[in-house]
Design a protein around this ligand. Structure first.
Ligand code: ADP
Ligand code: MN
Ligand code: MN
Ligand code: MN
Length: 430
């Protein structure tokens, strides 16, 4: 009796989880029939730009999509969107940064490795806005943010906060610092190991034909830098150019000249745009400074071109022009190790003294020499005034830290010992 009851209840329990036979068969047929369209709906179809475009041009009835962008703990950007009324944005007076009238917001810092789970809210405070190239028209914005604890302290990963103070300093501001930043990057297939245009598990023909090249045998993934270029122009990022790099699949764009903190802001936003563009094309952009370590392949850097007002003007009364430029370079030389320490992770793999770099262990400078830590351009040397190029920073450098450090070192009131000067023309230059 007991057994029978148990057995009945067991059967009844199991039956509760089983589909009635007829409905089960219908379900199977339904799944089969729907499989292909479902895949298209949830997968490929949503990637069709033409499909999305139908919605992107719809009016927004007075609301503006604001994409809040911040820097995470891995040197990447993250973002999320909120709708704000146009009237909120219109509060900004003529000439005022729109960011100043936008509300702060929060995100879950425990999901980005930036805050503990039990006190997970990180505040994001808008600092600069850009027209959003991914939601064109309708006044939609990208909103660059700084990150803070609930107590209002900048997060350790909020390097902008300190840099902004450096550039706001009265003397530094008066010096009118300009930065031109050359961001190199490498396009990878989604396997994360094969650069674009490289045979899987193998190597392409040696370097030489690729830099600034043309042709399907030399250039891989040009659509990415082209789309990114337009996206930057739309966003009003002062992108000054692009070029194909020495290693196949490697590219460069330049941002600048920018004044003070804008250099870091624009580079970070341009990196965000690059990741978004790559998302559309199904490729990855790596800013690792030595993506391929085996063989003769160039690394990736972020040369930083720098000048102050004094350097951009001819020498007069014992200052300005080349005199100021060389004084600044001597100061950089005296703090070489400190600069290297903040010029990007894994930079020792890149600064080997080969592949148009100088050794990480020695500081040197020279006119037109791409084997030096710092290069003075031929035009600058000929004119007697202009700017210099710090070739040491890696492609993954934090531009806030690097530009802030250069500013601080260059403005030191010390006469540093003369740095090593090497002026022989490099064999292959660009
Ligand atoms: P390279 O010859 O090293 O490849 P690029 O042309 O790629 O140089 O980059 C040079 C960068 O320097 C550009 O972004 C440019 O806008 C910037 N630049 C030009 N003049 C100055 C200046 N006076 N001060 C700082 N940066 C400058
Ligand atoms: Mn360049
Ligand atoms: Mn380059
Ligand atoms: Mn350069």
């Amino acid at each position: 009796m007991m057994y029978a009851v148990l057995s009945v209840s067991f059967v009844a329990g199991a039956a509760a989880f089983r589909m009635p036979a007829s409905s089960g068969r219908r379900m199977a047929a339904h799944v089969l029939k729907m499989e292909a369209p479902m895949e298209r709906v949830t997968g490929k179809a949503s990637f069709e730009p033409a499909v999305l475009d139908r919605y992107m041009s719809l009016p927004q009835n007075g609301m503006v999509q604001c994409e809040y962008v911040w820097i995470d703990a891995d040197g990447k950007t993250r973002s999320k969107t909120r709708s704000l009324p146009q009237s909120r944005i219109d509060r900004a007076k003529a000439g005022q940064e729109v960011a100043e009238v936008l509300p702060s917001w929060t995100f879950d810092g425990s999901s980005t490795g930036q805050a503990p789970g039990e006190d997970s809210e990180v505040y994001i405070k808008p600092v600069r806005t850009y027209p959003d190239p991914f939601r064109p028209g309708n006044g939609n914005l990208l909103v660059l943010c700084e990150t803070f604890t609930p107590e209002g302290q900048p997060l350790p990963t909020n390097t902008r906060n300190h840099a902004a103070k450096v550039f706001a300093d009265k003397e530094n501001f008066a010096a009118e610092p300009w930065f031109g930043l050359e961001q190199e990057y490498t396009l990878f297939n989604l396997d994360e190991v094969t650069p674009l245009g490289w045979p899987t598990g193998g190597y392409p023909k040696p370097q030489g034909p690729y830099y600034c090249g043309a042709g399907a045998d030399r250039i891989f993934g040009r659509a990415v830098p082209e789309a990114h270029y337009k996206a930057c122009l739309y966003a009003k990022i002062p992108i000054s150019g692009i070029n194909a790099e020495v290693m196949p699949g490697q590219w460069e764009y330049q941002v600048g000249p920018c004044v003070g903190i804008e250099g870091g802001d624009h580079v970070w936003m341009s990196r965000y745009l690059l990741d978004r563009v790559c998302e559309d094309f199904g490729v990855m952009a790596s800013i690792h400074p030595k993506p391929i370590t085996k063989g003769d392949w160039n690394g990736a850097g972020m040369h930083i071109n720098f000048s102050t007002k004094e350097m951009r003007e001819p020498e007069a009364n014992g200052k300005g022009g080349m005199k100021s430029i060389i004084e600044a370079i001597d100061r950089l030389g005296a703090r070489h190790k400190e600069h290297i320490a903040v010029y990007g992770e894994d930079n020792e793999l890149r600064l080997t003294g080969k592949h148009e770099t100088a050794s990480i262990n020695e500081f040197s400078y020279g006119v037109a020499n791409r084997g030096c830590s710092v290069r003075i351009g031929r035009d600058t040397a000929a004119a007697g005034f202009g700017y210099f190029e710090d070739r040491r920073p890696a492609s993954n450098v934090d531009p806030y830290v690097a530009t802030g450090k250069i500013m601080t070192t260059v403005m030191e009131k010390v006469k540093a010992p003369a740095a090593v000067r090497k002026d022989k023309e490099a064999a292959v230059v660009h």
